[in-house]
Design a protein around this ligand. Structure first.
Ligand code: E4P
Length: 244
């Protein structure tokens, strides 16, 4: 008999934490894709509105730039409407993940699309109970919104911990935990410690992850000392002779 509270991890941990970028700004996406660290993109109706672009046009462009999953959200609220929109969005590109809200009709749509082999990202998740339903509906991704929970005085990261624990307890739950509504680097670090599969980052958060004042100071010091030596690494083709 399994002792309560000592359930062993039954699934392999994810190979790596994936980074999606939470934007529909194609210039930002192109720029960040060059880092080689971008595994996918999430959009929502607000981000599409912010881009000022045509929905279908911008999605196709994003799907061309980033080969990983690109979430495109339905805007109908009834099952039939979401299903039709989801099927339309899924035809845009092979890497589209259809995003549906965590409602009864949204999860019915999730089940129907997932059964047809379409990746579904269930969004607007604010409780562990909702995350269980999404996993049972076959979601490829569950998107718990940490920042918006924090805004209410609740603990967004606690929700990530609960969902990771629950999903790890069931080998047949294949839904990836996609940490959404990320507001700062601390959200990424704490989610990574918990083994969350994906974090979707506003561009500024990914850029902030590179930064440390001691890196800047250390580099400035190294370069100042190097300048004093009067040497260069690449000059007059000497590097070719040295490596010969
Ligand atoms: C991602 O899929 C969500 O749409 C997004 O992370 C929401 O973030 P926000 O709370 O900053 O709007």
């Amino acid at each position: 008999m399994k002792a309560i509270g000592t359930a062993k991890r039954q699934k392999e941990p994810p190979g790596s934490m994936k980074f999606f970028i939470d934007t529909a700004d194609i210039a930002e996406i192109r720029d960040l894709a060059e880092t080689g660290l971008v595994d996918g993109i999430t959009t929502n109706p607000s981000l599409i509105a912010k881009s000022g672009r045509d929905f279908f046009e911008v999605l196709k462009e994003i799907c061309d730039v980033v080969p990983g999953p690109v979430s495109a959200e339905v805007t109908a609220t009834d099952f039939a409407g979401m299903l039709r929109e989801g099927n339309t969005l899924a035809k845009l590109a092979d890497n589209i993940a259809v995003k549906v809200p965590l409602t009864v009709d949204g999860l019915k749509t999730c089940k129907a699309l997932s059964d047809d082999g379409i990746k579904v990202n269930v969004t607007l998740c604010f409780s562990a109970a909702q995350a269980i339903l999404a996993a049972k509906a076959g979601a490829a991704f569950i998107s718990p919104f940490v920042g918006r929970l924090d805004d209410t005085g609740a603990d967004g990261l606690q929700l990530i911990a609960e969902i990771v624990e629950i999903y790890n307890a069931y080998p047949d739950f294949h839904t990836e935990v996609l940490v959404a509504s990320v507001r700062h680097v601390g959200h990424v670090i704490e989610s990574a410690k918990m083994g969350a599969d994906v974090a979707t980052l506003p561009p500024a958060v990914l850029r902030a992850m590179y930064k440390h004042p001691l890196t800047d100071k250390g580099l400035a010091d190294f370069l100042a000392d190097w300048a004093k030596t009067g040497q260069t690494i690449l000059s007059d083709g000497k590097e070719a002779r040295r490596s010969a």
